[in-house]
Design a protein around this ligand. Structure first.
Ligand SMILES: Nc1ncnc2c1ncn2[C@@H]1O[C@H](COP(=O)(O)OP(=O)(O)OP(=O)(O)O)[C@@H](O)[C@H]1O
Ligand SMILES: [Mg+2]
Length: 338
């Protein structure tokens, strides 16, 4: 979308100690081993959490580990007086909707903070409208305000290619890019910029803005999830909300996923989240229909087959409108996509 869906969001800052700063090497003295430093850094726990919370994404997790390795080695080298410049950390995340780009960017902010590369683990997420003004003179202050807010942490620019609108001659996006590029160059030790979006549009954007491309050191591609991963993501999301499928519901959801993932407007893990929201709604409706029965913890937490099979996906329907928009035909419950 070309418009901003939200005001800039700030992740809750976590005042955590920067683990690597605790490892004081005596001046010019070699540490025992990298393994030792790694164990002490607190990073293994961060990776364990990343593995636990995010299903699949092996190539992405691999890249995150590579970047962490680089930073740990860089840190040790610097403590030994071996290196001059901190590495460039600006990144580009490409992939389809719902593949985990925003989620990983937030984790990246925590990791970079933990490794002592940024002052806070705060992520400021913006889109074009947060940075580019409508009128002359509005863009520079807007962009600078955002940069000021993000400084010391991560600035996440979703659908960054919309900053650049070559077809529109009175466009102020170029001004925002100009300011951004300067900061990315001159203050790269104090701000990490992560741009995100679809791979093809991002490639075009980089072609049109070579200055941008050359400042982005890490390009990470987020693959679409497979059916088994989507099912696993669904179960994880449910468990986090204290729900679970019974055996038949699980089988029904596996069927649902196989159909839904081949329909238009499929948005990977986000579509799974939306489907589960609807299932929870239907479960609540069923519980109300049986409202004279005594409640049990079991009944409150279990999603049954019917809650999945009621989806119109099983009746040849296509969920062909932006998700979350109520059924225009008014079928079923108000506000529910069937
Ligand atoms: N691998 C995963 N395991 C578990 N949950 C996931 C995974 N990937 C994404 N999610 C969940 O799916 C939802 C969508 O993910 P996220 O917002 O990070 O996607 P995105 O790539 O930024 O999407 P968009 O391009 O539409 O902004 C989030 O609630 C996130 O927690
Ligand atoms: Mg996102």
């Amino acid at each position: 979308m070309a418009f901003s869906m939200h005001a800039p969001v700030q992740a809750r800052p976590e005042e955590r100690r920067q683990a690597l700063d605790d490892i004081d090497l005596p001046e010019g003295e070699l540490p025992g081993s990298l393994a030792e430093i790694y164990e002490k850094s607190g990073i293994p726990e961060v990776f364990a959490r990343l593995d636990r919370d995010l299903i699949g994404l092996a190539p992405v997790k691999g890249r995150v580990r590579e970047i962490a390795s680089l930073l740990i080695v860089d840190k040790v080298r610097r403590q030994l007086g071996l290196t001059a410049e901190p590495p460039t950390l600006h990144m580009s995340f490409t992939g389809n909707p719902g593949t985990g780009k925003t989620t990983v960017a937030m984790r990246m902010a925590q990791i970079l903070h933990q490794l002592g590369y940024i002052r806070t683990d705060r992520l400021v997420a913006v889109t074009r409208d947060d940075m580019v003004g409508q009128y002359i003179g509005h863009t520079a202050p807007k962009t600078k305000e955002i940069l000021k807010r993000a400084m010391g942490g991560v600035l996440f620019i979703d659908e960054a290619y919309y900053l650049f609108r070559p077809e529109n001659e009175r466009d102020y996006g170029a001004e925002a890019i100009e300011i951004l590029l300067q900061i990315m160059e001159n203050q790269r030790d104090d701000l990490v910029v992560v741009v995100a979006g679809y791979a093809d549009k991002m490639a075009k954007f980089f072609t049109a803005n070579p200055g941008f491309r050359s400042r982005v050191a890490h390009h990470i591609d987020f693959p679409d999830y497979g059916a088994a991963e989507l099912l696993e993501i669904g179960e994880l999301m449910l468990a986090r909300q204290n729900y679970r499928f019974d055996a038949k519901a699980r089988a029904a959801f596996a069927d649902y996923v196989k159909i839904r993932m081949n329909q238009p407007h499929f948005a990977n893990a986000r579509s799974i989240r939306n489907a589960l929201d609807r299932a929870r709604m239907r479960q609540a409706i069923r519980l109300f229909q049986e409202k004279d029965k005594p409640l049990t913890k079991e009944s409150l937490t279990t999603i049954q087959e019917g809650e999945i099979r009621q989806s119109r996906v099983f009746r040849g329907g296509i969920e062909g409108w932006p998700e979350g928009v109520p059924d225009a035909q008014g079928a079923g419950q108000p506000g529910m996509e069937k």
